[in-house]
Design a protein around this ligand. Sequence first.
Ligand SMILES: [Zn+2]
Length: 277
Amino acid sequence: MPRSSHPSTAAELSVYPPLANSAATEPETGSVDFGSLTLRYVIERRSRRTLALNVLPDGRLLVAAPEDATSAAIADSVRKRAPWVVRQWEAQRRQAVAQPRHYRSGEMHYYLGRQYRLRVEAGPAAVRLVGRRLLVTVADPTNTARVGQLVKQWYREQAQRHLPREFAAVLARLPATLLPPGPELRLRLLTMPSRWGSCAAATRTILLHPDLVKTPRHCIEYVVCHELAHLLIRRHNQAFYALQTRLMPDWPHWQQRLAELESLLETSAGLVSPSPA
Ligand SMILES: [Zn+2]
């Protein structure tokens, strides 16, 4: 599932503005369409033989081009490298969204797609939801490492409670004939470095990342359906997506939502894109 196939991300990225032209001379600019996205760029002419693309920290796209390159040739090069540009933008966006967890009062945490504000109070070690708060009581509320430990343990317990339930619910509503016959399907929760789910077809085992419990129920359902589809079709081809649509007609919406929430993965790091694999 290539990240550039996420339509919502593309739509949001299209707001990246061209360079503000405060200078007296207008910079040379260009744009190309890539899917639903328009890539705008500023051209810098240099005495060089090849063309180089550079995504600045603020998202602007600069093209260093040879003096004699035609604008059509530049546009063609940008179009060819558009997937790379989109990946850079997505990586920037993820970094902007990712919040380091400090486990102090006031911090936002997610549970089944809803936000809860962390509140830490002195008391016997416990974690519970109270209204829209994630209330942690602990002997020493300034001990954020201990608070973090308790919260992570609480998430693990919630994952063990909810994910098997969602998995069973999807299986229960599927026509039995849709899945290949064989021994009962198994579910395993596993903290995977860069994916929400995985399918071991040989052992009829679906793996889910425990942090899925932080995402909406339909996102969990989407990942389950995606992995179940892999029982029949390994590759992400047309037949695979047709089957996925049979299992969950509105999956694109939840795929999109999941992409927005990917920074919730505790293990997500750097540019690795978490997605169902
Ligand atoms: Zn897949």
